[in-house]
Design a protein around this ligand. Sequence first.
Ligand SMILES: Nc1nc2c(c(=O)[nH]1)N[C@H]1C(S)=C(S)[C@@H](COP(=O)(O)OP(=O)(O)OC[C@H]3O[C@@H](n4cnc5c(=O)[nH]c(N)nc54)[C@H](O)[C@@H]3O)O[C@H]1N2
Ligand SMILES: Nc1nc2c(c(=O)[nH]1)N[C@H]1C(S)=C(S)[C@@H](COP(=O)(O)OP(=O)(O)OC[C@H]3O[C@@H](n4cnc5c(=O)[nH]c(N)nc54)[C@H](O)[C@@H]3O)O[C@H]1N2
Ligand code: SF4
Ligand SMILES: [Mo]
Length: 699
Amino acid sequence: METAVKTVMETQCPFCSVQCKMTVTETEEQGHTTYHVAPKQNAASEGRLCIKGMNAYQHALTGERITEPLMKKNGEFVPVSWEEAYKQIAERFTALQHQFNRDTIGVYGGGSLTNETSYTLGKFARVALQTKYIDYNGRFCMSAAAAAGNQAFGIDRGLTNPLSEVRESDCLILAGTNIAECQPTLMPYFRDAKENGAFIIVIDPRSTATAEMADMHLKVKPGTDAALANGLLKVIIDNGYIDKVFLAARTTGFEEVKAHIDSCKIEEIAALTGVPQEDIERAGRKFGQAASGMILTARGVEQQTDGSLAVRNFINLLLATGKIGKRGSGYGAVTGQANGQGGREHGQKADQLPGYRSIENEEHRAYIAKIWGVDAESLPGKGVSAYEMMEKVHAQEIRGLFLMGSNPIVSNPNANFVEEGLRKLDFLVVADMLFSETAQLADVILPTAAYLENTGTLTNLEGRVLLREAARPAPGLAKQDWEILSDIAASLGKAAHFSYTDAEGIFEELRLASKGGIADYYGITYDRLRKEEGVYWPCPSPEHPGEARLFEASFPRPDGRAAMVPVPNEFPKEQAGGDYPLYLTTGRVLGHYLTGVQTHQSPTLEAQQFESFVEIHPKTARRLKIKDDSLVKVRSRRGEVVVRSKLTASIREDTIFMPMHWDGIQNVNKLTSEALDPACKMPGFKVCAAMVTPLSAQY
Ligand SMILES: Nc1nc2c(c(=O)[nH]1)N[C@H]1C(S)=C(S)[C@@H](COP(=O)(O)OP(=O)(O)OC[C@H]3O[C@@H](n4cnc5c(=O)[nH]c(N)nc54)[C@H](O)[C@@H]3O)O[C@H]1N2
Ligand SMILES: Nc1nc2c(c(=O)[nH]1)N[C@H]1C(S)=C(S)[C@@H](COP(=O)(O)OP(=O)(O)OC[C@H]3O[C@@H](n4cnc5c(=O)[nH]c(N)nc54)[C@H](O)[C@@H]3O)O[C@H]1N2
Ligand code: SF4
Ligand SMILES: [Mo]
């Protein structure tokens, strides 16, 4: 009798920032292969998994994986050897750099990449290609919160406290974060907090599953969070809930904030935000009176053209009430992608060197140049943000692009323009495991390892570094991302700087490169990560336990204090009216991930939700003669899409919502605007003016 052969794979989910651990067991029996997925204990997920994690193995094991390098010849992809692919890449990039200049090649990364790959990608751009143009999809994800954290606290780490302290907090404000669908395994922290007596306030234009758990839901008009935070601040200041001792000892700028708040009128804020005055007053009182409190923000607040300021204003609320640097009191930017945190620390950003060092700081440049064995003068300067890179692609200032871990045709705002630009490129290289919409435009596609096959560290939303080790070999000729980068660097004559043999070797270099930086990983080793359930950064020495709660004694700014700043109620944004009378906001659903390249490969997830939709309030729909579950056209000043209507009273009457997980005719980013936050270059994904019409009326 044939016996079953079991392969047990210990791994970590490739999707969101919780980074749940799991065991995937493959059983071969009588010619059949079955998979069993079981959650595994670790500190953040506490042994839970959501539906995406349970089904992640399906995209990694699909027959649709890219398993060999492909090159476009006469408009068709044909398999080639790695040698041929590398030769072609080196020749084309070098020729373009000779013909134009070094900066004519752009590098574009992603927050799903491990710390080791993110680090190598930054080095690849600066040392192998010597281009200043590198940025990554995290610009669309974390940049507003990062800017706000850096300005207010002097450091940007997702949560300033460990997740476990959510349970000990008396009042929680969840602003523009739909944890129930986007970090589902964290929900028990909030339910427990509630059982412990916490008061939970959710700020969202929709009654999401997260809002349903709350004690209060402020159904804000999209794009007006900065004003709403001013309203809450006003209630707190007017009622004397401020912490004078904390303000005097630990902050600067309160007087300016107070003067600004004194000039704000709560009725005006209520009218602007669409939140009733009594609700603003009650929420402000609850937060002001609570002994401890936390504020978490995510993309609802941050993906705005004033996103960094809106976050600063929520931070103002924490500082005014002294609710930070203490047990159960702190701030959290709920990071998004698997390595949304680590991916923004080690050099994928246009202005950044590893360890969160600045590419414009002479000392930082000299330190990193020494680690890399190059002249500091040879390091390029600061480049531009992700969408600005796409503008340069469109203007043909960037003629060649190296893309690893992103699908910009679907995820960038103003997607029609972005696609037009990418089609103009002289040479596009995409490293991916699947045929993304962007990969289809490539000249060369390089097959990479998926999460089950790839070793490296990822930093979760708490700033906890976790090790994920390869559990099976990559299919066919697919390689690890860092291997591909090292090989191309070698073809460009830079082998000496990229002589890595494994991910751990890169991590050892990253430890040194980050040493003394803000995001200091020096004390973290693979051995420690294997023994401990992850280690928090900053961790400056091997004996250091890692810092779980930040800011207990001081803030890492030159004066040791946190900086408060007055934030205006209004910021110029596209307003609804005329031909586009509705506010369109965008986001996510439980069962799909980002542009859907991975989750659309899962039959289980696809069965849950196989097409996009637009949420419309029934009253609005009646006015526009739109029936439920019917095809509609959604238009904005930039383009149009066709999706199915979903009538729901959970959304504001002046607002419609679309998820971002579909491409082509359903791609919501054909509608979104190219306007960026001037401080951090975050696009305003969360609000633009739009209109919906029944499709049938068009024919
Ligand atoms: N299922 C699933 N989970 C994911 C992802 C995924 O694609 N699918 N992606 C991961 C990534 S990369 C990220 S960045 C995170 C994103 O996590 P979230 O930011 O929580 O997700 P979103 O759905 O983009 O937006 C959150 C909420 O903001 C609300 N919102 C819209 N406009 C406004 C506004 O003006 N103000 C306020 N206050 N709220 C507003 C939306 O209605 C939505 O409910 O999720 C991660 N987890
Ligand atoms: N309208 C609207 N647009 C948005 C958002 C929104 O809320 N609304 N959110 C924005 C946010 S927060 C984000 S994070 C972006 C994300 O948007 P994208 O950057 O486009 O992210 P993904 O869809 O995850 O694309 C990742 C690609 O990389 C591949 N990939 C995954 N893992 C790896 C790996 O380890 N190595 C390599 N080489 N490839 C890999 C996948 O197969 C996929 O093709 O979208 C942004 N766009
Ligand atoms: S998607 Fe997030 S919450 Fe769900 S299993 Fe993966 S890491 Fe955990
Ligand atoms: Mo994200």
